[in-house]
Ligand binder design. Structure first.
Ligand SMILES: [Zn+2]
Ligand SMILES: [Zn+2]
Length: 345
């Protein structure tokens, strides 16, 4: 396919204001010498997209101009910049939706997720992938094997969050890992903990259906925190991962960690919480957060294409580009787990 075959404009779904999605015809995005143009196949709906849609902001990131949502994307390269190997045209790729500056202290330290000049899809003012095409830097368009579906390729993004979480939690073969919350991230974390060699994966959730689902996705045990006091049940886990954002779950989970164990806070919830500081001190627990990811797509591609992590069956809703609003509202249905938008369907 030559660039002459490309259309001049594309359909784009735009967050025009809080709870307002409009369809627009926009010019195809321009791509720089180190960038590729991707024809988007599938885009996952993330909690952050839903948050921007409902509230117009996440913390300091405020939507004050029309924004294209969607950052969990897969597709096919249809054009490349001057500095990119032209044989990449036609390649199926998973998009790592960020463009770090490459020059700042954090970038030079290999911590490009923390780049202060980061341009990240669907984070104001950078547009995302709820569109027919999107642009990404060459090195962040990761070639995928044929056995990986468009859906799984898009969901390598949340899997990347889970991989970063396991790395930060120092999960090792034989470990016991406690995960609070059986939403999409909790479920993917449970599978990834298993793939990292955890012998026991304990998932807590208040909802019975979600606990049952966790058992189908890597959990060896599902616990109802309303009936079991996680803090005093003697779990003695090597790592606790909070994917709930709930203060009570965070506090109880920390108290379940063994001496010198790790805690990783990945769930978005209350921005302020009370923590069991004495336990953290006396047990010398290492506690950290997770902000996106660096260098996770190669591992994610391996975990998904080898079947160690199942992403395809997480998809519970499929929507066209003109149904983005429905896709964003689909989390109201408690049985829904992951919705995908298909810009060409
Ligand atoms: Zn996401
Ligand atoms: Zn930087």
């Amino acid at each position: 396919m030559s660039t002459a075959d490309l259309p001049e404009s594309m359909s784009t779904s735009v967050l025009a204001g809080t709870k307002t999605i409009t369809m627009e015809k926009r010019q195809l995005p321009a791509y720089g010498p180190d960038e590729v143009l991707v024809k988007i196949a599938a885009v996952g709906v993330c909690g952050s997209d839903v948050h921007y849609f409902r509230h117009g902001r996440i913390g300091d990131f405020v939507v004050d101009a029309p924004l294209v949502l969607g950052h969990e994307a897969s597709g096919t390269i249809v054009a490349v910049g001057d500095g990119v190997d032209p044989s990449r045209v036609g390649q199926r790729v998973a998009v790592e939706p960020q463009r770090p500056c490459g020059k700042c202290r954090e970038c030079l330290a290999g911590l490009y997720n923390l780049c202060s000049r980061m341009e990240f899809y669907a984070t104001p003012p950078v547009d995302g992938a709820f569109a027919e095409y999107a642009v990404i830097q060459d090195a962040f368009a990761h070639a995928i094997p044929d056995n990986l579906s468009d859906e799984a390729a898009a969901l390598l993004e949340p899997l990347s969050v889970a991989i970063t979480t396991m790395r930060k939690a120092h999960v090792e073969p034989g470990n016991t890992v406690l995960i609070a919350g059986a939403g999409p991230i909790g479920i993917i974390c449970a599978q990834t903990a298993k793939a990292f060699g955890a012998a026991e994966v304990i998932v807590t959730d208040l909802v019975p259906e979600r606990r049952e689902r966790a058992l189908r996705y890597g959990a060896t045990r599902a616990v109802d925190p309303a009936t079991v006091d996680v803090a005093t049940a003697g779990l003695d886990v090597d790592a606790f991962i909070d994917a709930s954002g709930a203060p009570s779950a965070v506090s109880a989970g920390i108290k379940a960690v063994r001496p010198a164990g790790h805690v990783v806070l990945v769930g978005l919830g209350n921005p302020q919480m009370t923590l069991p500081v004495e336990h953290i001190q006396n047990y010398e627990i290492t506690l950290t957060g997770v902000f996106r990811y660096t260098n996770t797509w190669p591992a994610a591609i391996h975990l998904a294409s080898s079947g160690l992590v199942d992403l395809d069956s997480l998809v519970t809703g499929r929507f066209g580009l003109d149904q983005v609003e429905e896709a964003l509202e689909s989390d109201q249905d408690p049985s829904s787990l992951k919705s995908l938008v298909y810009p060409w369907k």
